[in-house]
Design a protein around this ligand. Structure first.
Ligand SMILES: *[C@@H]1O[C@H](CO)[C@@H](O)[C@H](O)[C@H]1NC(C)=O
Length: 246
């Protein structure tokens, strides 16, 4: 997946990527590049640092991620379905557990496997189009929950020289995920028509698997872009050589 020029996300990206270089945060314990157990070390220390990372760091322009707030997201689900979300709040990143890391310096690649048992998105939605085969239209509050999410995220990087120092630059990423269950609740569908609205919510509840499959391509691109922008907000601003102990 190329880093898509997703308009709405650029707003968010701008907040964290335009800032200057920063020091290595004191709450992250570094690992040695030559440690034969580097991957285990990196995963362990990332897990330990996660609560502090999620708290954010105002001084360095890093927003709090509890919840992660996103002004707007445009999802192009299919040709016939667009979903617009605004005032998005994503709760539950603090439940993330990094299971595995795989750093490959020779090929400049990194793979991360993480598990999040409960991830909840609250937003104001606008929807218009067809979901699976059913017409769906409306606007109101949305509650989308992912239970038992397993995420495989990987990226290729290059090193970019700035003021005589190498910085990590994300070149392309890929995200795949599975979940045990997805819940979608859209209130006030069909102009507030209670009966049609409840029907559709029942359909979303019962057919969550098909719905989740339909949303998958657009969600993995969007979620992947956010992970990348957050990760590069940290990793892209610390000189590469300072990310590890010598
Ligand atoms: C959102 O949906 C989840 C899953 O159904 C539920 O547990 C949670 O209480 C809901 N949140 C709100 C604010 O309604």
């Amino acid at each position: 997946m190329k880093m898509g020029p997703v308009k709405s996300i650029c707003v968010f990206l701008a907040i964290i990527t335009t800032c200057q270089a920063m020091k290595f945060p004191s709450y992250i314990t570094r690992c040695s590049r030559t440690d034969p157990k580097l991957n285990e070390c990196a995963a362990e220390h990332a897990n330990l640092a996660l609560p502090d990372i999620l708290k954010g760091d105002k001084k360095n322009g890093l927003p709090s991620l509890m919840p992660l707030e996103i002004p707007e997201i445009h999802l192009m689900v299919t040709e016939s379905l667009k979903i617009y979300l605004k005032n998005v709040k994503l709760f539950g990143l603090e439940n993330a557990v990094i299971k595995k890391m795989d750093l490959d310096f020779d090929n400049k690649k990194c793979k991360i496997t993480a598990f999040i048992d409960f991830l909840n998105l609250m937003a104001d939605y606008e929807v218009d189009g067809h979901l699976l085969i059913l017409p769906i239209v409306g606007q109101g509050p949305a509650n989308i929950t992912l239970v038992g999410g397993s995420f495989n995220y990987d990226f290729d990087y290059s090193l970019a020289m700035r003021r005589n120092r190498d910085f990590l630059k994300f070149d392309k990423f890929n995200l795949e995920y599975t979940s045990e269950r997805m819940y979608i609740r859209l209130d006030n569908l069909f102009n507030g028509d209670k009966m049609l609205g409840e029907h559709m919510n029942m359909f979303l509840y019962e057919n969550w698997k098909d719905v989740s499959e339909e949303l998958y391509p657009s969600l993995r691109e969007t979620i992947g872009t956010f992970i990348t922008s957050i990760a590069s907000g940290y990793l892209g601003r610390i000189p590469f050589n300072n990310l590890f102990l010598p």
